[in-house]
Design a protein around this ligand. Structure first.
Ligand code: SAH
Length: 245
C-alpha cells in the first residue's frame, strides 16, 4: 500500500468519525429539545392549570431537567404526572407535589433552606433555582452519592448534600429561613422546629405510613401556626436502623 493510499484511508476514517459525531450531537440536541417541550407541557397542564401561580416556581419547574434525576430506564416517563421509583425502594415525588411544596415555602432569593430527604436531588435542584443556599440531608448513602453527582453534573454550586439522619436537622447551619421535609414523620421533629427561624416556614407531610397531610407551619413568637394543604403520600421518615419516626 502506498503512502498516498494510507493518507486517503486515514482521511476517510476521519470524515466518517466527524459524521458520526455530528449525527450523535444532532440526536442529543433533538432529544434535549423533546424533553424541553415535554417539560413545558408538564408545567402547563399538570401544575399551572391546577392552580400553582408563583411565576418563580413555574420558571424553576420549566428549567430543571427532571429526566436527569430519574433512573435511565424511566427517562421517557420523567414528565408524566407521577411519582417514580428510585433506587433503594424510594421515590421521586410527583412534579405537581414538588411545585405545591415549593410554592408553599414562599421562598425569597436570599433565603437559606433545609431539605430533609434528598432522594434523587430533584427537589433540591428546584429549590436551588429559587434561593441562595440549599442544605439537604439523605439517610441512604447510595442515594446521597447519586444526588450529589447529578447536582454536580448540572453545575449546581449552591446545594450542600449531607449523609445523615435528617430528624436531627443540621444544627451547625441553623437557623433556616425555610425547611422542607420530603419524607413523613408521625409528628413534627423537635430539632427541625428549633432550627426554623422566627417568621420562617416549614412544609412537611405529617401522619401514619402512606396517608399524611401536607402541613405548612409558620413560626410566630416562637410558636408554630399550622395550616393543612392537601392529603399526600410520602415514604416514612426513618432512623439509621430503618425504624419509623
Ligand atoms: N425529595 C426527593 C424525594 C424524596 S423521597 C426527590 O426530589 O427526589 C424521601 C427520601 O427521604 C428518601 O430518599 C429517603 O431515603 C429519605 N429519608 C427517609 N428518612 C430520612 C431521614 N431520617 N433523614 C434523611 N432522609 C430520610
Amino acid at each position: 500500500m502506498t503512502v498516498l493510499h494510507m493518507t486517503n484511508r486515514i482521511q476517510n476514517i476521519m470524515v466518517l468519525l466527524a459524521c458520526l459525531c455530528l449525527i450523535l450531537s444532532m440526536f442529543l440536541a433533538a432529544e434535549a429539545a423533546d424533553f424541553e417541550h415535554l417539560r413545558a407541557e408538564m408545567v402547563r397542564s399538570q401544575i399551572a392549570d391546577r392552580g400553582v401561580k408563583d411565576p418563580r416556581v413555574l420558571a424553576a419547574m420549566k428549567q430543571v431537567p427532571r429526566h436527569l434525576f430519574v433512573p435511565e430506564a424511566l427517562r421517557s416517563l420523567a414528565y408524566t404526572d407521577n411519582a417514580l421509583p428510585l433506587a433503594e425502594g424510594q421515590t421521586i415525588s410527583q412534579p405537581y407535589i414538588v411545585a405545591v411544596m415549593s410554592e408553599a415555602l414562599a421562598l425569597k432569593p436570599d433565603d437559606r433552606v433545609l431539605e430533609i430527604g434528598t432522594g434523587s436531588g430533584y427537589q433540591a435542584a428546584v429549590l436551588a433555582q429559587l434561593t441562595k443556599e440549599v442544605y439537604t440531608i439523605e439517610i441512604i448513602e447510595p442515594l446521597a452519592k447519586q444526588a450529589t453527582e447529578s447536582l454536580r453534573m448540572l453545575g449546581y454550586k449552591n446545594v450542600y448534600v449531607r449523609l445523615g439522619d435528617g430528624y436531627q436537622g443540621w444544627p451547625q447551619e441553623a437557623p433556616f429561613d425555610a425547611i422542607l421535609v420530603t419524607c413523613a414523620p408521625t409528628k413534627v421533629p423537635r430539632p427541625l422546629e428549633e432550627q426554623l427561624r422566627e417568621g420562617g416556614r416549614m412544609v412537611i407531610p405529617v401522619g401514619e405510613s402512606w396517608v399524611q397531610e401536607l402541613v405548612v407551619l409558620t413560626k410566630r413568637n416562637g410558636r408554630l401556626e399550622r395550616q393543612e394543604i392537601i392529603p399526600v403520600r410520602f415514604v416514612p421518615m426513618v432512623d439509621a436502623k430503618g425504624r419509623k419516626y
